[in-house]
Every structure is written in C-alpha cells, then in structure tokens.
Design a protein around this ligand. Structure first.
Ligand code: FMN
Length: 254
C-alpha cells in the first residue's frame, strides 16, 4: 500500500511504499559529497524489513524450491520479462565496477536449432571420451546424456559471455578484474531472478563452448560462460531425487 509523501532532510523529498512487510523508501534527491575529488551520493537503505528472521526464512524457502529443469514447455513469455531478469543480473557487483559481461538472448528457432546441433556434437564427444570415468559416474544420478532438446523447446536461451578485457575504440585492451567471480555472481543473481518470477532454467555448460562465440558472432574479447534456457517447465517434469548438504556441512561459525 502506498503511503503518503514525507519530508526527509531539508531539500530531500521521499516516499514510503509498504507491501508484504517490506518498507521501501524511495528518495528523489539525496545528499551529495566529493571524496578525493570523486562524486559520491548518500546511501539510504531502501528495504527495511519489519521481521528479518521471517524475511530470511521466506527467502530461503523460495530459493530452496529452485531446481535445474531439463524439460521445457514451448509456452511463450514476454520478451520484457527476459529483459528485466537480465537487468537484475546486471546489477551484480563486479571487480572495479567493470561489469565484464554480455547477456545474449536467442529467440530465433533457426539459431536455437544451430546451437542444439553444435552443443550435442560437443556433448557427444564429452560423454564418449572427454569426461573421466569418475565424472560420468558422478553424473549418473542426474540422468543426463548428450541430447539437449531443451535448447530448441525453451522459448529463450540466455548465453552469458565474460569479458577478460574490454576493447577501446582503437582496439587497445582495457583490463578487467575478478572476471570469473563477477560473472559468476551475476549468473547467480540471474538464476535467482528467473526463479523468483516463476520461470525455470538450467545452468548448462556444453563444453567446450567456443562454438557459441562463433554462432553468435561475438567480438574477440568475449568468452561463453554459461547457457541458460529460460521458460516454463514441461507439463510433466521430473527432477533427480538428490539432496542438498545440511547447514552443518557447509558452514563453520567462528
Ligand atoms: C557450473 C554448473 C554447470 C552445470 N552444467 C550442467 C550441464 O551442462 N548440464 C546439466 O544438465 N546440468 C548442469 N548443471 C546443473 C547441475 O547438475 C545441478 O545444478 C545440480 O545437479 C543440482 O541440482 P539443482 O540445480 O536442481 O539443485 C550445472 C550446474 C552448474 C552450477
């Protein structure tokens, strides 16, 4: 429920939105300051929860219901939703704020089909020789093989590219930092956003992925990082009966 406008500091006008226990403070103007000659704006925490334990539990339960889906429905979804989840992923922190990523969205059936053919070729080689016995054994409970029909059935494929360096207009290399960490965080946020809006995805890594750079005609400074089909699950979908480690197995408190 939107509440009335309030006057914050002198010269600052804001508004309060309240919904589901979240109070969102939105400020039109904030204080500004130069630090070492660089412009800074005052940070105001915009989300104020009335009950942080409940908020944490609810967020955990929502995220715990996420599963990797390998059977997609052909049901369409608005392109604007894909744009918004990518906009969300692009809010991720990144080393020196370099934002070393490009999110490519494939909707064209012809291109999806070319991607499927190339991915299955690589995956066949992997399953039939490139993967170790241990790896193949670890994959058994997941029931995966080299066939990837979801690359054609999912309405969108998001292919995330990392940029080890940027190129200026003269073709000179500009260094990026902590590229894998930054792009990994952005992908995590993308997966969370996709799940949060009621869609499903799969973290797919058809290895090696350089065929994606060629098919999508990406510049020389981009490397394919992850492929995420996005859509709705097929009507009857099964997922592996696997379990997550307990908190005591993944956390140490000091
Ligand atoms: C980096 C990474 C790469 C993955 N690559 C593949 C893949 O190529 N194919 C696939 O079917 N699943 C892939 N997965 C999905 C995992 O198998 C899945 O996350 C794991 O089995 C746990 O299941 P859940 O996501 O349903 O919790 C990948 C996951 C990650 C994080």
């Amino acid at each position: 429920m939107r509440q009335n406008l309030l006057l914050w500091h002198l010269g600052q006008v804001g508004s309060i939105f309240r919904s589901n226990g979240i109070i969102l403070l939105s400020f039109v103007m904030g204080k500004r300051k130069e630090i070492d000659g660089n412009p800074h704006v005052e940070f105001k925490q915009k989300i104020v929860r009335e009950n942080i334990e409940q908020a944490a539990q609810e967020y955990y339960e929502m995220m715990d219901s996420r599963r990797s889906i390998r059977d997609f429905s052909e049901k369409k979804l608005p392109r604007s939703v894909v744009e918004t989840v990518i906009k969300t992923a692009a809010t991720a922190p990144s080393g020196a704020h370099k934002q070393p990523w490009t999110f490519c969205v494939v909707e064209s059936p012809e291109l999806k089909s070319q991607i499927r053919i190339a991915a299955e070729e690589e995956e066949k080689k992997s399953y039939e020789g490139r993967m170790s016995k241990e790896w193949l054994n670890d994959l058994k409970p997941l029931g995966t093989n080299h066939l990837k029909p979801f690359l054609e059935t999912a309405p969108y494929l998001i292919i995330v590219f990392k940029k080890p360096y940027d190129l200026d207009e003269n073709g000179n290399k500009l260094q990026n930092y902590y590229v894998n960490e930054s792009v990994g965080i952005a992908c995590g946020m993308l997966i969370s956003a996709i799940h949060q809006v009621g869609l499903v995805t799969l973290t797919h890594t058809p290895s090696p992925m350089n065929f994606l750079t060629k098919l999508l005609k990406r510049p020389s400074n981009e490397r394919a990082f992850l492929l995420l089909p996005v859509g709705y699950p097929a009507e009857e979908t099964f997922v592996p009966d696997i379990h997550r480690k307990k908190l005591s197995e993944v956390m140490e408190f000091y």
